[in-house]
Design a protein around this ligand. Structure first.
Ligand code: NAP
Length: 318
């Protein structure tokens, strides 16, 4: 049966930003819950290896996610498996309504819902999703052992995940719309040295084709010459960026042109008592390191916000 539960702070999303906010809020002895529809860790749960989180030279993404979760839970964070459908303001309460029917009321909400993959939006992408089209190398890479795998994009995700996929593929072809990568230099350098990675520059994917079972080839176009050709592959992994998951908030949040939530230096949105951290908010870089920093700031700011509300009530009573 659906329940109404009361907390001091509700965190939506158990990625690095949400879990770090949970750790700090729990250590401030606040009653805090983190609602997550999938598994703790956010995007890193689906990342092969992480080697740029300080203190961990090399760790599996899923393992780091579990460490984050265990650490926060040890200090008192509660985690509930819930899909949040709506966040809204009700007087002084900040409310999260879930698909289960459960309602979580709190004085402050921290939005830590990250982003979702951007689709190529080409014919065949939807049809072959799960049959050779995938957005998660760690989840699906092993299905394409000894096959040619195409990766689309030139950012950190495409190049890093492309390198990860060489563990399985006979060859990985990174298709990029320009002739220069956007990824960090160290990631680029390794990819250039990897004999199993080839690059197809100045090229976009126009269509994904396949058999009944699986992707078989792509139609690609050179954007400089306009020439079209066919590229044989058993799978395609588009990594062409993310869009923020913020549409579940009923209140009118101030966002940038791409929909990322704007916050002040305290991670507070334009709605008092609603904070945003990590990839869902406008950022200069999107890394685990700064998501964790955001979580720290938001938890402390939420705690101060609640204290001020409590002081206001105490003064009214006295
Ligand atoms: P990103 O940095 O935004 O890169 C997206 C790439 O896809 C760009 O190279 C872009 O090309 C290309 N692209 C965009 N739209 C396209 C389209 N319609 N067709 C073809 N290509 C298209 O995205 P990301 O790599 O997913 O990373 C997202 C964020 O997470 C970034 O801030 C990134 O730094 C971070 N991240 C960090 C790590 C790490 O530190 N290890 C790992 C993964 C992700 P152009 O270059 O021409 O714009």
């Amino acid at each position: 049966m659906a329940e109404e539960k009361r907390y001091d702070i509700v965190i939506v999303g158990a990625g690095p930003g949400g879990l770090c906010a949970g750790l700090y809020a729990a250590r401030a002895r606040r009653k805090v819950v983190c609602l997550e529809k999938y598994i703790p860790g956010g995007q890193i749960a689906n990342t092969g290896e992480v080697e740029d989180y300080l203190g961990f030279e090399l760790i599996q993404g899923a393992e780091l996610g579990m460490k984050f979760r265990d650490h926060a839970v040890k200090f008192g964070l509660e985690i509930e498996m819930e899909e949040v459908e709506e966040v809204y303001v009700d007087g002084e309460d900040r409310v999260a309504r879930c698909a289960s029917g459960n309602v979580y009321r709190a004085k402050a909400v921290i939005l830590a819902t990250g982003g979702s993959p951007v689709y190529l939006n080409v014919p065949g992408e939807k049809e072959y999703n799960g049959r050779g089209v995938s957005y998660c190398a760690i989840c699906d890479g092993a299905f394409f052992r000894d096959q040619i795998i195409a990766v689309v994009g030139g950012g950190d995700a495409a190049v890093e995940e492309g390198a990860f996929l060489t563990k399985f593929a006979s060859k990985v072809i990174i298709i990029h719309r320009r002739d220069q990568l956007r990824a960090q230099k160290i990631i680029q350098q390794r990819a250039f040295e990897n004999k199993k990675i080839e690059f197809l520059w100045d090229t976009v994917v126009e269509e994904i084709h396949g058999s009944e079972k699986q992707v078989t080839h792509l139609t690609v176009k050179n954007v400089k010459t306009g020439e079209k050709s066919e590229l044989k592959c058993g799978a395609i992994f588009p990594f062409i960026g993310f869009y923020p998951n913020a549409s579940y908030v009923r209140e009118k949040l101030t966002v940038d042109d791409e929909g990322y939530i704007l916050t002040n230096y305290k991670m507070e949105t334009n709605i008092p008592g609603i904070f945003a951290v990590g990839d869902v908010r406008q950022q200069f870089v999107r890394q685990v390191t700064n998501a964790v920093g955001d979580g720290t700031v938001a938890a402390v700011a939420a705690e101060k916000y609640i204290e001020e509300l409590e002081d206001k009530h105490a003064n009214r009573v006295s």
